[in-house]
Write a protein that binds this ligand. Structure first.
Ligand code: LMR
Length: 395
């Protein structure tokens, strides 16, 4: 049976890490996968996580099955982080399950949508995270795209987006990035979110919100502005969130799928379907990451420490944006790269051609995704001159 298989190309994002590791050039720079790095290029464990791990080590007394929903305390704390004091929580219309990372959250959402109506069309932004299309298609959903980024002018194609969303049918789903759009870094303004929420309400499509970077844009509440507004406007929606980036728990695989239904009864019915979806894919989520997150979020001291550590990561990334633009000017680049400063979160579209991206990799050992998506956290004081000069040369 295996004889019919054909080898597939490496994943466009994860494949870069392997190439980078093999590169012997001491000046190599990794701007590929979306992972936070400090000035030394290291992805350290957050201090609040270390403390939570110690607490768990001393206090955890069983490894018995946790059940398909995962930890109730984690789910409750995640719902508060996502929705604040929004009335979807007070009205008891939200149901959250812990998932294996943000990707797990999206796949659970996709399978849930399939249970509502098989072959549902889901609209994703053009461009979007490379894995969205694969994972939705793997669940049997039909994936279509709406315009999002205007490559020429390096800004949102908001008119195109809105016009496309106005044509979306009531039994379709629309994937929106809550904040820190991956890959473009270009987010909707508050006014634009209001217009999108208005269209969702009028057309009745299902908003599916991917929030993989809460806290990396403008702040925890600020980054949830759009999805909370959406929850004011529609009766049903899904939020997929991840703790990989904001808690630095990449390898623990912890995220959450939250379903908002029109009533408590509808939420209970949806929840039963959600649990059946989970049971059929992986039965129960891993518990360790959830245990760390709930320990942090339910302790005033650790939570405040986390706020500080998250702010440090956000500030360093924003500082890197400014720094790169300045260094490009210093390197004699006359082209305008100020869009890098206007973009939010872990990523930025540099706006160079795939050939120039390849040249940066082949000749300068600088690794970024072919679309010229850079993971800004990979920039540091120690490599920014080399990076800017190399970009100047390929331009
Ligand atoms: C990314 O976009 O680089 C991250 O979300 C990591 C991944 O899984 O692709």
């Amino acid at each position: 049976m295996f004889g019919s298989l054909k080898a597939l190309p490496a994943d466009p994002i994860l494949g870069l890490s392997a190439k980078y590791r093999e590169d012997a050039n001491p000046q190599k720079i990794d701007l590929g996968v979306g992972v936070y790095k400090d000035e030394a290029g290291h992805t350290a464990i957050l201090d609040c996580v270390k403390q939570a791990e110690k607490y768990r080590h001393d206090n955890e007394d069983t490894k018995v099955y946790i059940g398909p929903t995962g930890s109730p305390l984690f789910n409750e704390e995640m719902a508060k982080l996502i929705f604040g004091n929004h009335n979807v929580l007070t009205a008891n219309r939200a149901r959250t399950v812990s998932t294996p990372g943000g990707t797990g959250a999206l796949r659970v959402a996709a399978e849930f949508i399939k249970s509502c109506k098989s072959g549902t069309t889901i609209w994703v932004s053009n461009p979007t995270w490379a894995n969205h299309t694969g994972l939705f298609s793997a669940s049997g959903l039909t994936v279509k795209t709406y315009p999002y980024y205007d490559y020429e002018n390096k800004q949102l194609d908001f008119d195109g987006m809105l016009a496309a969303l106005k044509e979306v049918k009531s039994d379709d789903a629309v994937l929106l990035h809550a904040c820190c759009h991956n890959p473009s870094g270009m987010d909707l303004s508050q006014e634009q979110w209001q217009q999108v929420a208005e269209v969702a309400k009028t057309n009745g499509f299902l908003p599916v919100i991917d929030m993989a970077y809460q806290g990396f844009g403008d702040g925890l509440d600020e980054d949830a502005y759009g999805l909370r507004l959406m929850a004011d406007s529609v009766e049903e929606m899904i939020v997929c969130s991840s703790c990989s980036k904001n808690f630095g728990l990449y390898r623990e695989r912890i995220g959450a799928t939250t379903i908002i239904a029109s009533s408590t009864t509808a939420a209970d019915i949806a929840s039963s379907v959600l649990l059946s979806v989970v049971r059929c894919i992986y039965s129960m989520p891993p518990a360790h990451g959830a245990a760390l997150v709930e320990t942090i979020l339910s302790s005033d001291e650790l939570r405040h420490q986390w706020y500080g550590e998250l702010k440090d990561m956000r500030d360093r990334i924003n500082g890197n944006r400014q720094l790169l633009v300045e260094k490009l000017i210093e390197s004699g680049v006359t082209r305008d790269f100020s869009h890098i400063v206007r973009q939010k979160g872990m990523f930025s579209f540099l706006g160079i051609t795939p050939e120039q991206v390849q040249q940066l990799q082949d000749e300068y050992s600088i690794y970024m995704v072919g679309s010229s998506r850079m993971s800004i956290a990979g920039i540091a004081q120690s490599n920014v001159d080399y990076l800017a000069q190399s970009i100047a040369k390929v331009l």
